[in-house]
Structure formats: structure tokens, C-alpha cells
Ligand binder design. Sequence first.
Ligand SMILES: Cc1cc2nc3c(=O)[nH]c(=O)nc-3n(C[C@H](O)[C@H](O)[C@H](O)COP(=O)(O)OP(=O)(O)OC[C@H]3O[C@@H](n4cnc5c(N)ncnc54)[C@H](O)[C@@H]3O)c2cc1C
Length: 415
Amino acid sequence: MEKYSVIVIGAGASGLMAAGRAAEKGAKVLLLEKMKRPGRKLMITGKGRCNITNDLPVDEFITKVFPNGRFLRNVFSQYYNEQFLALMNKLGVKTVLERGGRYFPESQLANDVVEALQNWVRKLGVEIRNDYNVDSLWIEEGKLKGVQIQQKKIKAKYVIVATGGLSYPVTGSTGDGYKLAESVGHTIVSTRPALVPLETDSLLPSKLAKLALKNVNAIVWQNGKKLAEEFGEMGFAPSALTGPIIITLSRIVVDAINEGKEIEITIDLKPALDDKKLDNRFLRDLEANPKKKFKSIFSTWLPSQMVPVLLDYLGLDGDKECNQITAKERKEIRKAFKSLPFKITGYQSWDKAVITAGGVKTSEINPKTLESKKMPGLYFAGEVIDVDAVTGGFNLQIAWSTGWVAGNAVEVNKE
Ligand SMILES: Cc1cc2nc3c(=O)[nH]c(=O)nc-3n(C[C@H](O)[C@H](O)[C@H](O)COP(=O)(O)OP(=O)(O)OC[C@H]3O[C@@H](n4cnc5c(N)ncnc54)[C@H](O)[C@@H]3O)c2cc1C
């Protein structure tokens, strides 16, 4: 019978970190990964650049975490961004700080982070087995004995579940950890896609697909009440709104839709100008060019891809002269610029979601060690836990920190 002190299930961000830390403490560690290689999801993070962490202090960081960032306070007091950056430095991965406090590897290659972590755990003596899909925990007489893969049992004193969530299932995250947790009596807070493009019945996104809008303001409305807003960059995909600010807003929109609420998002294309200033600008341009075709002036106000689409939306003839644009038409144009409406009809599925909301209920996990309160010796790390954050390197920092704390909690000398 094979015997280890620690088995880590899942060689993603949190699993690599948990395995490395447990091995640093002297534990004999087996890291089991169901895919052909570790870190499949890590490879695609940050569009292949891997936004490894964020420089926000803990107090601000936890406000970016749902549903309860305070659960992570103790975890972060043990291992936070400076420790991870120091580890990267030690492993030879230089990092750079970019806009929004986001850290990336200087090489801009997620692969460098994956390689460095793999080499680190291997050097520490962690045995990695790929193509190993853990079916169940091995429990005997109510006690944790190890893990089971089909009929094969592997013994371990501690098991760390680092199986990720449900998003991007092609990377190996197919929700297995929830079943493992449920099998020992854990509650799973309902899982749903988060940080996901939002679907709309508007015809505009299909016509604007691939356009990226910068410095716009997106506002979420429910029955005329403003729920949230975000300023920054967004994009369009066929029948969907996407891009950073939409993805961020999706965290509350998905829940509102699931509660049956009617949601509209309006886009302010000119947030720096109020209605009056915008009208002054329009009037000035139109009056300075009375005989020019309206579309030639309209195109100085917008990205070129939007010009025919918005002319069509407004029912305006772009060939008419600027001096023929009426005050009523100007008002309609301003309305479209300040408050372009999109009825939100749903959200895209797991294969487009950056993160999973929901997971193993935090009140059933010891916040100091991440040990299960239901099954001694069982630990959780990463996305499998019911915590998720906005974009900006926060989710990976959660994975690094929870992985380290779970790996650190094993008591090697008491084995
Ligand atoms: C497209 C995309 C881009 C992202 N970009 C960023 C970013 O730039 N910055 C950021 O902070 N976050 C980003 N994230 C989120 C981040 O990737 C996750 O938060 C993080 O990977 C979670 O780490 P984890 O260890 O919990 O899970 P994962 O990294 O998903 O690892 C889980 C591992 O467990 C394995 N596994 C699952 N079940 C089993 C089983 N039964 N047996 C054995 N192995 C199993 C899986 O194959 C997988 O390798 C991004 C996510 C996506 C989808």
C-alpha cells in the first residue's frame, strides 16, 4: 500500500502552492492531477500573461472578495502578496507592476510561472502524477484514510482538496471537489458562473463585435434603480457585452438575474461631459460645418465602427447636411451617447466564466488552517472554497495564499 503524509488533489495554482509548502515543512507529498500536465488553467490566465497578484493592502483586497472577504483575513496574515512575489523572485521569475496594481511576470508569459512552480515542488521532493483523476476520499469508520482512484487506494494522513471550480472545464476544473466535500457532509453554496460576459437581446453587439471601448461608464439598473457602475474598458461579442468592466459588473448581475430581476445596462460613451457640455460640443461642431455631410462630423465623435451602427440605431440619414440636424435629433443623439441601453437577458456559460461563485461553505472551514470542520485531516484551497474576487490578480492571490496555508497546516512531526 502506497503511503504519503500529504496528498494534494489538483495541480493548479493552489495545489502547487499547497504541495510546495507541505514539502518545505518536510512532509512526503503526492500531488495528483487529472490532466496530462499541471497548471492548465494557469497557462491561460491574464490572456497568457498571468496576472499573478495585486498590490492592494489586505483591508482593501478583502472588499474585492465575495461573499465574505473577511474569511481570508487570517489566511492573508500568514501569506500575502509580498511573500508570493518574494517566492517568484527566488525562483528567478522577475515581475512587473502594471496599471491597477496588477503584477505580471516580466516575460509576460504565464508559462514561466507554471514552470517555476513545477520545478520548485519537484526540487522539494513532491511526487507529481498526471492523468490521475481522484474519484473519492478514502474514509473508514468515519476517519480520513487517503484517496481512492477507481479501485486503487492511496494512504495519507492529510488530504488537501485543490480541485478548482467549474469555470473553463477544458482545463480540468469540473467541480470534482464539491462532490468530494459533499461526501463528508459539507454544504456547497450554489455554484454559478462569475466574471462572465452578459447576454443581451440588443442587435448592436453583433454589429459591434470585437470593438473595444475605452473610458466609458457602464451602469447596471434594476427597475430604474442604479445597482452598480464601473468605469473603464468594455467590448462586444455576438449578442453579448464583454470586457473588463462588464465582467466585473457580472458578479452582481448574475445573481440578480437568478433572482428573476429585470436588468438593464446603459453605457455612457462620454462620461467626462454632462448633457449640457455634450450639447455645446455637438452644436459647436455642427455650426462650424453647416454644409458638410452629418456623418463626417458624427465620425469625429465616435470610433469609426460605431458610426454606421449608431446612425442606423438613431434612424438618422448620415448624408444630410449638418445644418439640417434638429434640436430633437440632437437630444436623441445625446441620449444614445450618455445612456445607450442594453436589456440583459442572461449570462454566458462555464466555458466563458473566469471564476466560480459559490463552493464549499466557509463557515464549515477553519479560517486559520483551512481544515474541514466536518472531517479532521481534510483541507481546502483555492476556487473550490466559496470565495471569489473581481479581476486584477485577486483570484490567483487567493489560490496562492489558501494553498500555502493549507500546506503549512500539516503537522509533520506529529505523524
Ligand atoms: C481565462 C481565465 C483567465 C484568468 N486570469 C486570471 C488572472 O490573470 N489573474 C487571476 O488572479 N486569476 C485569473 N483567473 C482565475 C484563476 O485562474 C483561478 O482563480 C485559479 O486558477 C484557481 O486556482 P485553483 O488551484 O483553485 O484551481 P485551478 O487552477 O483550476 O486548478 C485545479 C486543478 O485541479 C485539477 N483537478 C480537478 N479535479 C481533479 C480530480 N478529481 N483529480 C485530480 N485533479 C483534479 C484540475 O485539472 C486543475 O489542474 C483566470 C481564470 C480564467 C478561466
